[in-house]
Write a protein that binds this ligand. Structure first.
Ligand code: ATP
Ligand code: MG
Ligand code: MG
Ligand code: MG
Length: 440
């Protein structure tokens, strides 16, 4: 993409309405614009990141055997009346009437709809287990939408649902999602800590929130610092092997990690030596939950068992805040000059800077480099404008692409270009060929 063609309305100054760094940087880097309170338009730069995050979430869901579906944003109130949540959900639910005066709503989540789909399609234990997910916009009329996309009213969520014959097999489904989440967040360069969360009236120990440590987070958290050292991507996990999955889950669940809702100071102090105690704030980026027959009961979602009985299926739901993650990643990865994108989610891998647009040799070398990178499938933003070098550097730092490839007439005369790694600020003078070899 050529910078002159790219729709990138950056801002020089910090917008007043933005209280936290990710919100400021997303506005300044031209990623989003607010359409109305808690509702955002995604501009090209932001949309690219959102899509990259969505792709990683999808790949990891698929890898674990979940099947993608797409349910609508608008739902009928009927199913929610059946589950009893039409009243229970309160003012967070956006209620709508259609022209026939039928009650509708903009879905805040999908347990009702998916259970309805399931009960109409599955009748026998032979068809179990089932694991379905979708990635769709949700609406929750939050009292205080704030922090940009982190607490929006309209937001993109991945929500998955599992259906099993009994508790044991539902627990395995839960554990597979647990490990899938660790992998998903690690691929985005994040260290998400699974923390015990409230299960409400259902009880049991099967609810975890996945939390990114950050000062601007809205949750207060307590955990063992050992979480700060784990490496999950280093090993392959066979999701078909319950023992292997269980082992990972056991390792993480035996370490102390709870939000303030579940925190018990005495237990914390006994379980974690003082030097390893971490207390701070965090951002909830995912939440997994086993809820048993909570919805299968009122919906009559039953299957025949091998011995001819009928039982209600056991279910869980598993959410990831896809759009919230864009902000959360910035909270975890930025410096005073701007965003520092982890390579896996970056909008472009390389920012190519032409230091002297209009200089025939420099233009030619840049065009050659741009062609080579594109030919190798490396996503590149090529700044071929006539801006001052200083402004180009500042903008590249602000938008946070992992690599900057800088070509100027002086260097080219000596057969060198500059390659800068955004994360470390490290700069190297090398030949264009070796720079390209490094990037492709
Ligand atoms: P929170 O505690 O932040 O209000 P929640 O517990 O109500 O979130 P869940 O129902 O668990 O949210 O939804 C699953 C995921 O969706 C959350 O873990 C979070 O990442 C994301 N999410 C929830 N509400 C919002 C929102 N208003 N804006 C952006 N993402 C959200
Ligand atoms: Mg909420
Ligand atoms: Mg929550
Ligand atoms: Mg939650």
């Amino acid at each position: 993409m050529r910078r002159s063609r790219f729709f990138l309305p950056t801002l020089r100054d910090n917008p007043k309405e933005a209280e936290i760094v990710s919100h400021r940087l997303m506005l300044r880097a031209g990623m989003v614009r607010q359409a109305s309170a808690g509702i955002y338009s995604w501009l090209p730069m932001g949309f690219r990141v959102l899509k990259n995050i969505e792709r990683i979430v999808r790949e990891e869901q698929d890898r674990a055997g979940n099947q993608e579906v797409l349910m609508p944003t608008i739902q009928s109130a009927e199913l929610w009346q059946q589950s009893g949540r039409y009243n229970a959900y309160g003012p967070e639910m956006l209620r709508i009437r259609d022209r026939h005066d039928r009650e509708m709503l903009y879905g805040p989540t999908n347990e009702e709809l998916i259970t309805d789909i399931f009960r109409n399609g599955v009748k026998s234990y032979r068809d179990l287990p089932q694991k379905l997910y979708h990635i769709q916009w949700k609406f929750r009329d939050e009292v205080r939408p704030r922090f940009g996309v982190m607490r929006g009213r309209e937001f993109l969520m991945k929500d998955a649902y599992s259906f099993d014959l009994d508790y044991e097999s539902a627990r395995r489904a839960y554990q597979v999602q647990f490990v899938t989440y660790l992998r998903t967040f690690a691929r985005m360069g994040l260290r998400a800590i699974p923390m015990e969360a409230d299960t409400g009236p259902i009880g049991g120990d099967l609810s975890h929130e996945f939390i990114i440590l950050a000062e601007t987070g809205e949750s207060e958290v307590f955990c063992d610092r050992e979480f700060l050292d784990y490496d999950l991507l280093g090993r392959e996990i066979d999701y078909e092997d319950p023992a292997a999955v269980g082992e990972v889950v056991d390792y993480f669940t035996k370490l102390y990690a709870r939000t303030d809702e579940k925190h018990e100071q005495a237990v914390f102090e006994t379980a974690v030596p003082e030097a390893r105690r971490y207390q701070g704030r965090g951002i909830e980026v995912g939440h997994i939950f086993y809820f048993g027959t909570k919805y299968s009961k009122p919906f009559g979602a039953r299957v025949a068992t091998p011995d001819g009985q009928e039982v209600e299926v056991h279910s869980g739901s598993y959410g990831i805040g896809v759009s919230r993650l864009v902000g959360a990643i910035i909270e975890a990865s930025h410096d005073e000059s701007g965003i520092v994108w982890p390579e896996a989610v970056a909008p472009f891998k390389v920012g190519l800077i032409n230091l002297k647009a209009g200089d025939a040799d420099c233009d030619k070398a840049c065009e050659g480099a741009y062609g080579a990178l594109q030919g190798a499938g490396v996503e590149t933003l090529y700044d071929e404008t006539e801006e001052r070098p200083g402004a180009k550097f500042a903008e590249m730092d602000l938008i946070g692409l992992p690599w900057q490839l800088i070509l100027g007439p002086r260097g080219l005369k000596n057969g060198v270009v500059e390659l800068k790694r955004r994360a470390t600020g490290e700069r190297e003078e090398i030949s264009l060929e070796s720079a390209l070899a490094r990037l492709t």
